[in-house]
Ligand binder design. Sequence first.
Ligand code: ATP
Length: 748
Amino acid sequence: MSVRVVARIRPLLKNTEIEKDRIIETYGEASDNKTTVRIPNPKVPAELYSFHFNSVYDDATQAELYDREISPQVRHLFKGFDVTIFAYGVTGTGKTYTMRGGKSLADRGVIPRLLSSIYRRARKIEKDTDGETQVEVRMSYYEIYNDKVYDLFEPPEQRTPAGLPIYDNRGKTVVVGLTERPCTSLKEFEQLYDQANVNRSTSATKLNAHSSRSHAILRVKVIQTTGDEVRISTASAIDLAGSEDNRRTDNNKERLVESASINKSLFVLAQCVEAISKKQARIPYRESKMTRILSLGQNNGLTVMILNLAPVRSYHLDTLSSLNFANRTKKIEVNEVENQPFYREQPVKNKAEGPKSSSMCAPSMNRQPLRPKMLSQNTHLQEVTANVVKPARQFSVYADQTKPPARPSTAANTAHVRSSHIPIKSPKRTSSEALPSFGRPTKFSRPNEPAKRPDLGLNKTAIEALIERKVNEALAERADQTTVSSGDPVSDEVQRRLDALEKKVDGQESERAEGLEYLLMAKQHQVRCEDASALKMYRLALPHFPGNEKLAKKVSALEKKIAVKQLERAVSAPREIVAYEPVERPVARRKEKQEDDESYHEVQDVVEHNDDEDEFAYKPRTKIRRPQTTNLAPHPIPSSHLATDGSPRPAIKHSPPPEEDEDSEDELANTLTFQTPRTRQLLDIINTKDVSRIKLLKGVGVKKAEAIVNCLCEPDDDVRVTSLGQLGKLKGVGVKTVQNMRSGLAAL
Ligand SMILES: Nc1ncnc2c1ncn2[C@@H]1O[C@H](COP(=O)(O)OP(=O)(O)OP(=O)(O)O)[C@@H](O)[C@H]1O
C-alpha cells in the first residue's frame, strides 16, 4: 500500500492575508470529496498545474479532517499495525495547528483526538472481553533539534548537549535513553503532553509567531494483553518543522542555524523520496536523524502524510515545491504488515496480580518474525493462537549438554498445528534464520507448569553447580587479562599517549566539524541566493579556520556584493533617490567579480561534491560561462528571480556581464546613484519593449534589442527595468553598452 497523502489548505490568516492573493483552487467529484489541487504556473499564470491526492481539504475543520483521515487508522492500530501520521509543509502553513491544534474542543488537533479515540477503543475492548484483554498506553515524546535528539519529557536544562544517541535495530530506529511514560487516561495524557510541549523548541519568526524549530515525534505504544499473549503496536504522530526561505524570515544567528538544520533535514527527506521514487539502490536515509527516524518507505504499517499548504501568492514557489514533494511521496509503497503478538513469561510473583500489573520491560519483549503481507488481514488469529499448545521452555544453559533430549511431543504438535493454519515466515528473513522446529521463537510455557518441562537429566543442584563453574571460569579469564595489561609498562605508556592524542584530535575535530557545519550552511544559503545569511554563516566559520585567507576573502567579497546590492536597491527605490547618501565606492571590482564567479562555481561544486569543503581548499577553476539564452520562456525562473509574492522580479539575470565591460563597473556604480532625465529617458525606451525603438539606441543592433526584449517579455507580466544597474545586468548588455546607450541619447 502507498503512503496516503492528504492535502490541507489552511484558511486565510486574518489581518495579514487577503482574498485577492489566493492562488490555490481545489476540485473533486463532490464538494466533500475533493482530490485535486490547482495552482498557476508562476511564470505563466494562465497555465494551471494540477496535483491529485487521496483527499484534499480546503478550510476543513479539525473534526472533519480527523474523522475522515485519522479515525479509521485507529482500528488498524488495534489490529497490530503501526501507524505513522506526519505533517509536512512550509513554515506557517498549519502543521502544528493540524497536529496539536488549539485548546478549545473544536480546535483540538490530530494528536489529542487520536489519543481520545485510543482510550475510547481500549475501554470498549476491555469491556467487550470482560476484562480478559487489558490495554496499556505508554508514550514517549522527543524532538530533533539541530539534528540532535532530545527527550521532551526532560526539561531543557537537563539535556546533554550531544542529545540522545540513536541506532538501528532490525530496520527500526531506536532512540537510546528515551523516557517512556505510562498514560492511563486522556486527562493524564493531556497533562504530560502539554508539559512536554513547553520543552519543545519554538520561537517567533517573521513568518510565524510560534514557529516550531524542531521536528517533534510523539510515539504512542498500545499494549494489548490477553492472558500471556501480548500485542504491541505504535502510533507515531510527527510534526515536522517547516522549511523556511530566509530571505523572508529576517532570522538572527540562532534562528539561521536552526533554519539551516531544518532545511537540510527536509532536503535529505526530499532526496530520499526522490531516490525511492526512482527506485535507486541507495536511499540517503542516514544523512539526517529525521529521515532515519521517519524511515519513510522503510517502516511497516500505515503512513498518512498531511500536506499543509497556505493558499496565498506569497507562498507560491514553496507551495509548488511542497506539492511536487507530496506528489512523489504518494508513490512510495509501504509494507502493510502488522506486529504479531508474542507470549511473555509471567513472573510467578506477579501472577496473582493479573496481567495489568505485569511489568512490560522492553528487553523481555521478543518480536516474532513478520508474516507476509497476504496474512496481514488474518482475523482468525485469536482463534488460532487459542488452539496452540505452547512449546516447552528451552534454557541456553543446557546447550553444552551432549545431546538435548527429544523435544516433547507437544512441541512438535504445536508446529504442526500452527503450520496448518498460518505458515509463519518473515518476508525479511531467510529460511536459515527461521527457527526450524518452533513456529514461534519467543513463546514459552509458563514456569509453573513443571509437568510439561522436558526431562533434561539435571536437577537444581547440578544446574547451580554448572552456573558457578561457568562464572568462575569467566572471572578467571578476565583476571588473567588484567594482569597481562597492567604488567606491561610499555603498553600503559602507549595507552596514555594514545589517550592524550585522541583527546587532542577529538578537540580539533569537533572544532573543525563545527566550522565545517557553518561553511555548509553558508553554502546552502548561497545556493538559495540568501547572501546576507550566507555571510553570517561564513563569519561564524571564520574563528574555526584561523588564518584561512581564502575564507577571509570570501567574507569580504560577499560583504562587498551585499553592499552593491543594497546600493542598487536604494537607487531603484524612487523615494530613496532624494535620500541618497554617498556610499563607499566599491574597490577592486575586477577581483571581486572574479571571486563572485568562483563562488558561483564553488556552490555548484558543493552541491555535487561536498568533500571539497572539507579541505576548504581554494582551487583555481576554469571559468565556465553560463549558457547565453536569448529566450527565457522554456526555463523555470529560479526562486531568486521572483519577488516574495511569487511574481517575477524585474528581469535581473544573475550572469556575469560580458568580459569587455569589466573595467568600467566603477563608472557604472557612479551612475547608479541617481537618475538623470537622460537615464529616465533611456529606461523608458527600454521599458517600451519595442525592438524597433530599442535597436535605434547607440551600440544596440537588432539582435541585442531582441535579446533585451526577450529578457523583459514574460507573458502576462509587467517586468520593468528600474535602474541602469539592472539594465547592465541583462543578458548581452553590460556596462559599456549602457554607457553607449546613454551617450547616444544626448544626440537623439
Ligand atoms: N486550519 C487552520 N485554521 C485556522 N488557523 C490555522 C489553520 N492552520 C493554521 N492556522 C494558523 O496559522 C498560523 C500558523 O500555523 P502553525 O503554527 O500551525 O504553522 P506551522 O506550519 O506549524 O509553522 P512552523 O513550521 O513555523 O511551526 C497559526 O496562527 C495557526 O493558528
